[in-house]
Structures are given as C-alpha cells and as structure tokens.
Design a protein around this ligand. Structure first.
Ligand code: ADP
Ligand code: MG
Length: 418
C-alpha cells in the first residue's frame, strides 16, 4: 500500500531525424492517495502511457521525481519498484501455462542462492514422480499456494494448465490481471486493459477490476480513453492534455463543474453544448436576441464576473440533459430538429436553433414523437448553465458557491489493508 507522487515531472523525447523534440509532459504534479483508484484520461498521444511507463520504470523522466510511499523511485529499476503493470496487449509469456504466467513475477521477485535454485528445479521436475519421491521446496510450495489463491479469485482455476493461445481474450486479460495481483504490489498500473475486449465482456471485466481493487485496496493508476470507464471506475479522474493536468476530481465534479472548455468537451457523451453568449450584467446572459436568467452557482459566478463592469462575450455550456422539449412559451427557444437517435432508454435529438443557427444536442425521452424537420421549443434549465471566459477557463465560482459545488462527494477510499 502506498501513496504515489509525481513531482514536477517533465518528459521530452529527443528529436527524430528532421523533426523537433516531442515535449510530452510538462512539470506535472499529481498525487494518487494510498488505496485510491485514479483514472487517467486524455486524447490519444497526450502522454498517458508515458506517465505510466515513467512510474513503472520503463521510461526515465527528463526532470522531476516520482515517489512511491516516501521512497523516490526515479533511480530504481522496474523490478525494485514494487509496481505491477497490466498492458492492453496482455503481454503474456506464450510458452508458459496460465499457472506459469501468474507465478512468473513471484519466481523472479527475490534472488535465490545456487542450492535454492537447484532445489526449486528438482522440486518442479519431480512433480510427476510418485509422492514419496518428490523433492520438497518451501519456496515453490508457497508460490503454488499463491497461484491457487489468485486463480480462485479470478475464476481461473480450471484453466491453470492451459497455454495463452488456448484462451479467449477475456481469459487472457484475467491471467494478465492475475500476474499483476499475485505479487501483491504497492501499486497497480493498467494501460487501457479492456480496449481489446468486446463491449459485453468489457462491462463484466470492468466490474471485476473495480471489485478487486476495492477488495485489495491497492493504489491504482488506470489509463483509458473510454468515457464509461472514466466515469464509473475511479475514485477520481485526472484529465491530461497538451502535457498538462487539465483537472483532477471526482467523476461528478468533472462532469458538473469542468474547470475549462477542454474538460467540458472531453467528459460526457454527447459532449456539453457550447454557445457564444454575452454577459450583460447581473445574472443574465444573452443568446442571439434573447436574454436568459441564470440560477445557482453559475448565476453567482456571472454576477461576480460582470460586477467589475466587465461585460462581454463568453462561452455558455449546456449539458444535453439541461435542455428539454417544451410547449411553446415566451421563455423557450425555437429550434428545428435535424436528427433523432432513439437509444431505447433515451433519445438524442440534434437541433438547430432558429435564432443564430447554433447546433445543440438534447437528451430526450424516447416516447416523445419527434421527426427531423419539425420545429420544437426548448426549455433551458436555469441552473444548467456553465460559463467559460475567452481563454477557455471556467468563470470562477464565488467561495460560498464553490463549497456547494465541490461538496459533490469527496471520494471514499477503502481502508482495508492487506
Ligand atoms: P498516449 O498513451 O496518451 O496515447 P503516449 O504516452 O504513448 O500517448 O505518447 C505520447 C507522445 O509521445 C506521442 O506523441 C508519441 O508519439 C510520443 N512518444 C511516445 N514514446 C516515444 C518514444 N519512445 N520516442 C519518441 N516519441 C515517443
Ligand atoms: Mg497509450
């Protein structure tokens, strides 16, 4: 069990022929609490794998320090760091059985003397002999017990003698997981471990990984680009882009109060609708020729923003569920439906606002009968607005409102110590 800290970690890959050096991480600070499941998300190529590989010791940072517990590990070899990594490609040893793969790290983790080595080899070779002739080895027996426990936990017991090529994708995935947990590392690192599984298997394995992590309480850094994994698996999410941490918080904090336009667009599917609006003073914004009242913390942010007599163009964000089809009324806005996707439990309705022509997506009820070409009225949830300044940063919430918004559940960490 351990806390993980990245302190001012930078990574620049040297220039390839003709190219410029690639600056992947820029003075990144990030703390993963002891026992926490932290999900790292970001667009492809933003440096997620690089960050994980730096922690695993497979890559050295250009500058900065990585700590596991209170120990600086930057100078340590991968095997000395007590971290276990699960890759997208599983990376199983093809010539070893499931049992051999699960036990691999256990056999390698401690150096053995020559007589011990000999005893262990004889023990393994003698396993096919009658019981009385087998050579005992306490170490090998302990390893076998550990393999059996892990296999039981992951439902792999019937498969222990199989080779990786005789397993399905989901089973290989579980073996890779088994190899990681067998060593009881201080930290799990997982790099998009589910992306090679089909959708149904992904759901099951997702739940299994979460259960396992909560049970073991092992600090975990989990990389994904999958929305659902990001929202459902972690205690907190870290959003990485352009070499920097864009936001760190619980899934609901990021969803409800994105700190900038990047996070607003990246978290949530479909993404937040963005509209050019004018801050016109007080708690009102103008969209096209219409003014809208804004309630809640965003309304207070707006008042604070315009109280410096600053009025101007900002970006208004509305999640698809803060818009709804409503009767014709003065306060509602008119839109033409361009596309409808009925998903069974909900319908995603794309519309073009008649005033200004902006496109928005509305999360609707599938029982509403609407067709492309139809003109409808949309009601905006007055507390649903989020605002971003010209630089793309969220308008700061006043302290009182911030408390309210952030009370959106601090993550509860497991207190189980194995
Ligand atoms: P992610 O996992 O977020 O998709 P990576 O960490 O794999 O991104 O890569 C981040 C960036 O660093 C990419 O632009 C990639 O091309 C570059 N990169 C990764 N490894 C190397 C390397 N060994 N040499 C040069 N560039 C690299
Ligand atoms: Mg990657």
């Amino acid at each position: 069990m351990a806390e993980v800290r990245f302190e001012q970690v930078s990574k620049t890959f040297p220039a390839r022929r003709g190219g410029a050096p690639v600056e992947v991480l820029r003075q990144l600070d990030l703390t993963i609490h002891d026992g926490e499941f932290l999900v790292l998300v970001g667009p492809s190529g933003c440096g997620k794998s690089t960050l994980l590989r730096i922690l695993a010791g497979l890559e050295t940072p250009s500058s900065g320090e990585v700590l596991v517990g209170d120990r600086a590990v930057t100078g340590l070899r991968p095997a000395q760091r007590n971290v276990a990594m699960v890759f997208q490609s599983y990376a199983l040893y093809p010539h070893l059985s499931v049992a051999g793969n699960i036990g691999f790290g256990l056999r390698r983790s401690r150096p053995r003397s020559v007589p011990q080595l000999l005893q262990d080899s004889l023990h393994r070779l003698s396993q096919t002999l009658p019981r009385g002739l087998r050579i005992p080895s306490p170490r090998e027996e302990a390893i076998s017990r550990r393999i059996a426990t892990v296999a039981e936990q992951l439902g792999l017991t019937p498969l222990l003698d199989r080779l990786p090529k005789e397993l399905s994708g989901g089973q290989k995935q579980r073996v890779a997981l088994g190899r990681a947990i067998a060593r009881q590392p201080s930290v799990f690192l997982m790099d998009e471990p589910l992306s090679n599984l089909d959708a149904k298997l992904r759901t099951g394995t997702r739940a299994q990984i979460v259960d396992l992590q909560r049970q073991l309480g092992t600090t975990t850094l989990y990389v994904t680009h999958d929305q659902v994994e990001a929202m459902t698996m972690g205690h907190r999410i870290a959003v990485l882009s352009a070499g920097r941490l864009q936001q760190l918080g619980t899934p609901m904090q990021l969803y409800n109060w994105p700190s900038n336009l990047f996070v607003a667009q990246f978290i949530g599917s479909p993404p937040m609708n963005l509209l050019p609006v004018l801050a016109v003073g007080g708690d009102q914004v103008q969209l096209g020729s219409r003014r809208f009242l804004v309630e809640g913390p965003s309304g207070q942010a707006l008042i604070r923003y315009t109280s410096g007599a600053y009025e101007g163009a900002i970006t208004g964000g509305l999640r698809p569920e803060t818009l709804k089809l409503a009767p014709a009324a003065n306060r509602n806005i008119q839109a033409e439906i361009t596309h409808v996707e009925a998903l069974g439990n909900e319908a995603l309705i794309s519309c073009r606002l008649l005033d200004g022509g902006h496109l928005v997506q509305v999360r609707g009820d599938p029982s509403q009968q609407v067709l492309p070409g139809q003109t409808v009225h949309l009601e905006i949830d007055q507390a649903g607005w989020r605002f971003f300044d010209a630089a793309g940063e969220a308008l700061p919430l006043p302290a009182a409102a911030r408390g309210l918004a952030e009370a959106a559940a601090e993550p509860e960490l497991p207190n189980i110590k194995a």
